[in-house]
Design a protein around this ligand. Structure first.
Ligand SMILES: [Zn+2]
Length: 289
């Protein structure tokens, strides 16, 4: 592989809030906190190394076409300003395998962040984000089980949004939100804890994050986390919540390669997978409601 790999050298990390959220969403599940705090270049190189190792595996499993392997391996790092020290490939490629490529995933999270920030920025009377409890579910191995599980999770996330949007006068009604359904091919036990042996189960997660006007914190849905009132978009809290909401499924890079490939195949065929952004759902967000 050698000289076809582009060498990316750190100039500086991008510190815009959406970039920080995206970087944290990917780095936090992959590296211990100390690594992240100590050395940005180490984080950049570690993500590069982990991703490139996985690219070859995904090619061998047929998820990434052979012709795309260098594009994927040389995908331009996101959230870091870099210099390239080699001449191999002068273009700045995006591979667009955002389901697994940490850089494309970061670019996607940045976009979602900006969409969510816009919704929260437009609510009147302060802003609040309400997070749905996180649903962790484990299912038996196999594509059929995973598809069924995804259906269930997606339905649950959608229903939560819909329930919260019922009527502009309903207390605690949301004016917008983001829901996500994430699949991590990490091997887990039935109780959801990570394990290296035993029966493999998918780790699945559904979350809905709603934007409600700040003065409407009454009314709650069963099984929901207590509402959190967050500061303005761009605040540390907001960044942290978004990063947590869209945490990168580390098992895609660290877990069993064949399970990752199986997981990706199902995801590819699954319509509407991953996440939806509900923008300004009602005029209420801006029209004094
Ligand atoms: Zn990419």
């Amino acid at each position: 592989m050698g000289n076809k790999l582009r060498k990316f050298e750190l100039i500086e990390p991008v510190m815009a809030p959406d970039a920080r959220a995206a970087r944290r969403a990917v780095a936090a599940p992959l590296f211990p906190k100390e690594t992240m705090a100590a050395d940005w270049n180490a984080v950049l190189q570690a993500i590069l190394t982990a991703w490139r190792a996985r690219v070859w595996v995904l090619v061998s499993k047929g998820y990434i076409p052979l012709t795309q392997r260098w594009v994927a391996a040389n995908c331009l790092p996101a959230t870091f300003l870099t210099a390239t020290a080699t001449t191999a490939g002068n273009k700045n490629w995006f591979c667009n395998y955002r389901d697994v490529c940490p850089w494309c995933y970061m670019r996607w999270v940045s976009g979602v962040y900006r969409a969510a920030a816009e919704v929260t920025g437009r609510t009147e009377g302060g802003r609040a984000l309400r997070m749905m409890r996180t649903v962790h579910l484990s299912y038996g191995a196999g594509p059929a089980g995973l598809t069924a599980a995804l259906d269930t999770l997606q339905r649950e996330a959608r229903m939560a949004l819909r329930a919260n949007q019922a009527g502009p006068d309903a207390p605690g009604a949301a004016v917008g939100g983001v829901w996500s359904v994430m699949v991590d091919p990490a091997v887990v036990r039935k109780d959801g804890k990570a394990t290296t042996k035993g029966t493999p189960f998918w780790r699945l997660r559904a979350r809905a994050l709603l934007v409600v006007p700040g003065d409407r914190m009454v009314g709650t849905l069963r099984g929901w986390d207590p509402p959190q009132v967050l500061g303005a978009p761009g605040s540390e809290e907001f960044t942290e919540v978004l990063a947590g909401h869209f945490r990168y499924p580390a098992g895609l890079v660290r877990g069993n390669p064949s399970r990752a490939a199986e997981c990706l195949q199902v995801r590819k065929e699954y319509p509407g997978y991953l996440a939806g952004t509900v923008g300004r759902l009602r005029g209420a967000a801006t029209a004094g409601g």
